[in-house]
Design a protein around this ligand. Structure first.
Ligand code: ATP
Ligand code: MG
Length: 262
């Protein structure tokens, strides 16, 4: 997956040098953090388009906020908005559990994409405290274990507050991105603090981000392109989302031993 282009090269020379990561078995958990308007959702949509078009991963989307940028996916079995977003997480977790119980080696990579997780957890809490705790525990388990099973989780948050995650879960992201302008507090929460002393903060624009990758030294500055024709991108994503199996049928297939090709 292409995370974006190195910012320095892009600004200095206009040359687009991609920062590529491999989601499959490697960088499967990604955190997209940044204030409102920093470009998380549009970047997330670009990543989803990339993963689906290359077949790198199948994506199951939870969009509690039901944002305009994902409107084109409304009605797809692999996209859930509003309160249904909770069920998508529970369903993805059931698939994960079934795969783990059957000790299945998945050939395909599967990604759970959680848009604006804090809104979703706040809503869950209004339903019951237990539901919020259950979701956090399940997301935490997915973050901790899913990579080995060829699955991953992408989470978008405005503030990467520890209270959003079950204990230790925040440390399970192999790729942490901070979009746009960012407070010193957010930098600390993302684990960027040590790096920052050498790299004074610049005013990052929407779609520009700092990236901390497992196994790489230092922070990278990147820019995610603004897609010139979002309708085409959305149509392509929608086509792929509709074509992929829905998450419950995957769980059934694994439970019934029909797992060939999954
Ligand atoms: N890659 C980009 N290049 C240039 N501008 C961008 C880029 N991404 C987003 N923007 C601009 O920033 C605006 C907000 O982007 P986006 O909705 O992705 O932000 P967000 O971080 O998801 O905000 P929120 O937390 O409120 O959902 C876009 O409408 C667009 O004008
Ligand atoms: Mg957004």
């Amino acid at each position: 997956m292409n995370l974006g282009y190195y910012l320095g090269d892009y600004l200095d020379t206009g040359i687009k040098v991609p920062l590529e990561i491999q989601t499959r078995k490697k960088i499967s958990n990604i955190l997209l953090a940044g204030k409102s308007g920093s470009g998380k959702s549009l970047s997330g949509r670009w990543y989803i388009g990339d993963m689906l078009s290359t077949g790198e991963s199948l994506v199951y989307m939870c969009d509690y906020k039901a944002g305009e940028e994902y409107e084109a996916f409304e009605g797809s079995p692999s996209y859930a908005s509003g309160a249904d977003a909770i069920q998508m997480i529970l369903d993805f977790y059931d698939f994960f559990t079934e795969v783990r119980n059957k000790k299945l080696r998945l050939q395909q990579h599967y990604t759970l994409f959680i848009e604006e997780m804090s809104g979703l957890l706040n809503y869950a809490e209004t339903q019951s405290k237990k539901l919020k705790t259950e979701l956090q525990a399940k997301i935490g388990e997915l973050l901790a274990v899913s990579r080995g099973l060829n699955m991953g989780v992408i989470v978008c948050v405005q503030r990467a507050d520890a209270s959003l995650f079950s204990s230790g879960a925040r440390e399970q992201f192999m790729c942490i991105m901070s979009f746009g302008r960012c407070s010193a507090e957010q930098f600390r929460m993302l684990g960027f603090s040590g790096e920052l002393e050498e790299n004074p903060t610049v005013n990052y624009k929407p779609g520009q981000a700092l990236v901390l990758l497992d196994g790489q030294e230092g922070i990278q500055e990147i820019i995610v392109p603004l897609v010139a024709n979002p309708d085409v991108l959305c149509r392509n994503i929608r086509y792929c989302l509709d074509k992929q199996p829905d998450i419950r049928s995957l769980t059934r297939a694994v439970a019934e031993g029909r797992s060939k090709g999954l």
